[in-house]
Design a protein around this ligand. Sequence first.
Ligand SMILES: NC(=O)C1=CN([C@@H]2O[C@H](COP(=O)(O)OP(=O)(O)OC[C@H]3O[C@@H](n4cnc5c(N)ncnc54)[C@H](O)[C@@H]3O)[C@@H](O)[C@H]2O)C=CC1
Ligand SMILES: O=C(O)C(=O)CO
Length: 381
Amino acid sequence: MAKPISIEVWNPSGKYRVVSTKSMPGTRWIKLLTDNDCRLEICTEKKTILSVDDILALIGDHCHGVIGQLTEDWGEVLFSALKRAGGTAFSNMAVGYNNVDVDAANKNGIAIGNTPGVLTETTAELAASLSVAAARRIVEADQFMRAGLYDGWLPHLFVGNLLKGQTVGVIGAGRIGSAYARMMIEGFKMNLIYFDLYQSTRLEKFVTAYGQFLKANGEQPVTWKRASSMEEVLREADVISLHPVLDKTTYHLINPERLAMMKKEAVLVNASRGPVIDEVALVEHLKANPMFRVGLDVFEDEPYMKPGLAEMKNAVVVPHIASASKWTREGMATLAALNVLGKIKGYPVWGNPNAVEPFLDEEATPPPACPSIVNAKQLGN
Ligand SMILES: NC(=O)C1=CN([C@@H]2O[C@H](COP(=O)(O)OP(=O)(O)OC[C@H]3O[C@@H](n4cnc5c(N)ncnc54)[C@H](O)[C@@H]3O)[C@@H](O)[C@H]2O)C=CC1
Ligand SMILES: O=C(O)C(=O)CO
């Protein structure tokens, strides 16, 4: 028999049983569910990553919807169990949903929610921070200072890369990639080269207008270019940040051949998903090219790093915290809860997942809609 899972129960007499596999920041999401006749059960198990068996035990034989996490493996086993339990709704507390088998969800008639928009700027800010930290060797210098090694100013001490006037390359210029590009262009006056499957007209217009503004003020204008291939970005950019979704087309997008195309002193940043980079190849490249630097928020085999990465001074590594601002994490919890609640209540899907602000206004009642359901069309919603 499966080991019982520890839970915390809110509104025990609620009509709809909703499970959250983790405690999430804030209390608004809890209030929204309990005020709407949901009995909410929050898993309080100490282990960080729940197994499929743990989640099966949480779903049990009566469950209307689940709020889950990107660390969980949501496939046929869990979706068929949720369907058998009478459930119709699942939401990741994340915008990325590469941990979810959408075909299996479609087969079982389960709506899949995600949390776009609320984390765009927060994630872009962390990518920008990693870019600067890697370019200016901030972590190395901090460690040097704390080790008591600083014995006076020296002309060669921790010399890094100037960003102004250099080229920033963005691969995947969607919501986060575009926000990151704007920060680097406006903040550091970098030129842009980007690659995406789609043209980012808004981003191009922004760079053109900012370039005109700089020129009018007697400064060197910034420029933009839409690359016709990813390789063009890798060859030309001084700082490259990866922001695509993770799918078959982006798995190991950065491989040994592409690493070799990049400038020897380039900075590579990844705040998308770990498997976008072949991490073993990256470690080899970092060893062979000490002036090449990386800033990583995500890793191929999270929570682990590939052997050798932790020892590399030219790598800045942080534990998948790109969306970790209080406002964003509370907003993600709200959107995830409203996705599940909306489906249970039979609400329509919100028309624009890029404009979810009305759901985040704490003073107002959220619209009667599901903020973002990725398989709405397939389910005929
Ligand atoms: N590290 C973290 O904590 C976070 C990571 N993420 C990751 O960032 C990803 C992007 O999020 P958003 O910007 O909101 O999504 P988005 O959908 O707005 O942007 C993704 C972009 O990638 C492009 N793309 C897809 N395949 C491509 C390919 N083969 N080559 C080039 N571009 C390609 C798409 O056309 C789209 O413009 C998420 O899917 C998630 O995996 C998101 C939030 C936080
Ligand atoms: O939202 C996502 O996709 C994350 O990785 C965490 O915010």
